[in-house]
Design a binder for this molecule. Structure first.
Ligand code: G3H
Ligand code: ZN
Length: 285
């Protein structure tokens, strides 16, 4: 059934576990995430990013309607989250389209501007009954921009600032920059677990890890143990889908029915979803 994101994240945080949140672009992504979560027997978040909406000719509703329908019929709780929203116009569509949460991304702005814009977004979101996540520090690698050096001083989230930011904006969850980078195709990101510990101690809101595709399994397990309650995964599903389709098409040059290869890609994504949820439920070493 359709479930509110806030409930899934709060429950995960209370249990010192994490809910997996997967970025969906196509109907196959949606079906794969739901099937993979059902196999794992765990709740899941389906998230649609502003970039995915741009890919869908700027329209949120077609994908949102498919996600709502898939969530309603799922055997596990499925929440809908609007991810990396920069446009106020898109933000305002969230509730009507069936989303129970948004991530408002003003991390590219100066600290003062990020705070002001995020506070306005949070006031609006709360009036709508939406759970809202924001970002402080910069998790680089979005939009195909050269990845910011994840270890550069400005790229990390400062615990003192984070506390002021959460108090000043009223956000319900915070995406923290602790060494992960978006769109990595190798699992080689080194997370700063010491910083995560300091952030966890300084904040009471659930923390969110972005760019999780680049984090090795043991890094994910340690991050969950260290206070991450929502783990955002996008690229790992695209890798699984693309590799599987590439292999299939190379072996079947005669194939033209799109269902033949999309189903192979969908199954590969579903397996990856189940695998990642399994990693997140491992006890920390
Ligand atoms: O918000 C989305 C996530 O941060 C996805 O990052 O594609 O590197 O896994 P990723
Ligand atoms: Zn992200």
């Amino acid at each position: 059934p359709l479930a509110p994101t806030g409930e899934l994240v709060t429950r995960a945080a209370a249990a010192r576990s994490a809910v997996a949140a997967f970025n969906v672009i196509t109907l196959e992504h949606i079906e794969a995430v739901v099937a993979g979560a059902e196999s794992a027997g765990a709740p899941v978040v389906l998230q649609v990013s502003e970039n995915a909406v741009k890919y869908r000719y700027g329209r949120l509703l077609p994908l949102a309607r498919a996600a709502v329908a898939a969530a309603e019929r799922a055997a596990v709780p499925v929440a809908l989250h609007l991810d990396h929203v920069q446009s106020d116009e898109l933000l305002r569509q969230a509730s009507d389209a069936g989303f129970s949460s948004v991530m408002y991304d003003a991390a590219r702005l100066s600290y003062a501007a990020n705070l002001a814009a995020t506070r306005a977004a949070a006031d609006w979101a709360h009036a709508q009954g939406l759970w809202i996540e924001a970002e402080l520090g910069q998790i680089g690698g979005k939009d195909g921009r050269p990845p910011l050096d994840a270890h550069a001083p400005g790229a990390r989230t400062d615990p003192g600032r984070a506390r002021d930011f959460v108090a000043g904006t009223g956000v319900d969850g915070l995406a923290v920059a602790i060494g992960s980078v978006h769109a990595m195709t190798t699992r080689t990101a080194a997370l700063d677990h010491g910083l995560l510990g300091r952030l966890s101690a300084a904040l009471t809101v659930p923390l969110v890890l972005h760019g999780s595709s680049g984090v090795p399994d043991d890094g994910l397990v340690a991050a969950v143990g260290g206070g991450i309650a929502k783990v955002n995964v996008g690229t790992a599903l695209n890798i699984a889908m693309t590799m599987a389709i590439r292999t299939f098409l190379a072996a079947h040059p005669e194939a033209v029915d799109s269902r033949k290869y999309l189903s192979v890609g969908r199954e590969a994504m579903a397996r990856e979803v189940t695998r990642i949820i399994g990693v997140l439920s491992r006890p920390p070493a």
